[in-house]
Design a protein around this ligand. Structure first.
Ligand code: HGY
Ligand code: MN
Ligand code: MN
Ligand code: MN
Length: 410
């Protein structure tokens, strides 16, 4: 049995128009933005058209079921996210979300006899406008009210204000946790977002493990002063300190491991005027390593470097760490099921680790979890240049469908 690639393609091409950036051809659907909300409404309509039932939890995670699903047995979940980074690509998350829906439609229309329900899921705020992997963290670990109230987005807006606009109840957002054992298995289809599958001519990647990731904000505090009258020797320029700190990051990462990476993707300067010496500079950090011990060491080394540089510049620094998301090995049994599915179709496959973060690493905390990758053209992602051939998308969808049938048949 195969997916309907024309229908999946049409869905992906329609979703691509929601939040489309005309100048670049990219997609801006940061979570809970007007574009993301429109995409959610569109997704709900697609589910309704297919006669499927959607449950939305307090964080906006959407879980889709068939009306006449088998009762009693724990469900198999599959899915991804439809939010995007600013000016990102049209496949990151969208592929796994729409392929999940396509698989559920195929299983329903073919009335495939299964012993377990298969459910399609769309996780909220995977890209971390407010919190990296927000929705799946809510499912795997849950959030308390204080954590949610403290969350701000890239525009400095508060998550609680977004929820108020949507009419969503913050208490419900603290009740999203799913207990281990409630989900029988989870599988996510995703683009590789790196160059390896394409370079080596593979159709399918069977993901072995997902990188550990963490982050935080370093806030440098100096003194806001007049840009014309304050001598260079008398300044406490917060941005100069932050800038020097950022130049230490490649060395700090290299001191931890060859796989460690650290990125600053957002800088905020206050008060923020061309003729004002910056009083405060805030830099975001995203850092990753495949090993948990090294990930924690990387966070400590980054904080140490920020403090050393701040001291040299006569600044103080406050470090606001994110909660680290541990690296996870993916489930051996499901990996074998995916491999067998790829072989059944005659697709070239290989085992591959993931350097990107995914909701799967949270799902792995509560259910046996695995991932299927398809090649990314030139390895590009988090960019409008992100692309994958429709042939490869079809292959990924077929492998996902065969894997779900197998997992829901035991
Ligand atoms: O940032 C990431 O790794 C992912 O795309 N959320
Ligand atoms: Mn992404
Ligand atoms: Mn993604
Ligand atoms: Mn003046």
């Amino acid at each position: 049995m195969k997916i309907d690639i024309d229908r999946l393609r049409s869905d992906l091409e329609t979703l691509r128009t929601i939040g489309r950036v005309e100048e670049t051809g990219g997609v801006s659907r940061t979570s809970f933005s007007p574009a993301d909300r429109e995409a959610r409404r569109w997704y709900l309509e697609r589910c309704a058209e297919a006669g499927l039932v959607v449950e939305v939890d307090g964080l906006g995670n959407m879980v889709v079921s068939a009306k006449d699903e088998p009762s009693g047995a724990k469900p198999v979940w599959t899915g991804s996210h439809i939010d995007s980074v600013p000016d990102g690509g049209f496949l990151d998350g969208a592929l796994g979300s729409m392929a999940a829906l396509e698989c559920l439609r195929r299983l329903t229309e073919e009335k495939v006899p299964l012993s377990r329900p298969v459910r399609a899921v769309v996780f909220a705020d995977e890209e971390g406008n407010y919190n990296h992997l927000l929705g799946s963290t809510g499912i795997a670990k849950g959030f308390d009210r204080a954590r949610l109230e403290a969350m701000t987005g890239r525009d400095g807006d508060r998550l609680t204000d977004r929820f108020a606009e949507l009419g969503w109840d913050l208490d419900a957002a603290t009740r999203t946790k799913v207990e281990p054992g409630e989900v029988h298995a989870f599988v996510e289809l995703h683009i590789e977002q790196g160059p390896n599958l394409e370079a080596d001519g593979f159709d399918i990647g069977v993901v072995t493990s997902i990188v550990g990731l963490s982050g935080g904000k370093a806030r440098f505090h100096g003194s806001a002063d007049h840009a014309g009258t304050t001598p260079m020797t008398k300044r406490r320029d917060a941005l100069l300190g932050a800038a020097e700190f950022l130049t230490t990051l490649p060395g700090v990462a290299a001191s931890i491991s060859k796989d460690a990476v650290a990125t600053c993707g957002l800088i905020g300067v206050e008060p923020g005027g061309a003729n004002v010496v910056p009083g405060t500079a805030t830099v975001t950090l995203d850092f990753r390593d495949p090993d948990m011990g090294r990930l924690l060491a990387l966070g400590e080394a980054i904080e140490r470097s920020a403090r050393e540089v701040a001291a040299r510049h006569g600044l103080t620094v406050t470090w606001e760490p994110d909660t680290p998301v541990a690296p996870v090995p993916l489930d051996q049994g499901i990996r074998e099921t995916i491999t067998a599915a790829a072989e059944g179709f005659g697709y070239r496959h290989t085992d591959i680790p993931s350097g990107a973060g995914h909701d799967s690493q949270n799902m792995a905390l509560i259910a046996p979890t695995a991932m299927v990758f398809v090649p990314s053209k030139n390895g590009r992602s988090h960019s409008p240049a992100e692309d994958t051939s429709w042939e490869d998308i079809e292959k990924g969808g077929n492998v996902l469908l065969a894997t779900l049938i197998e997992l829901a048949s035991d």
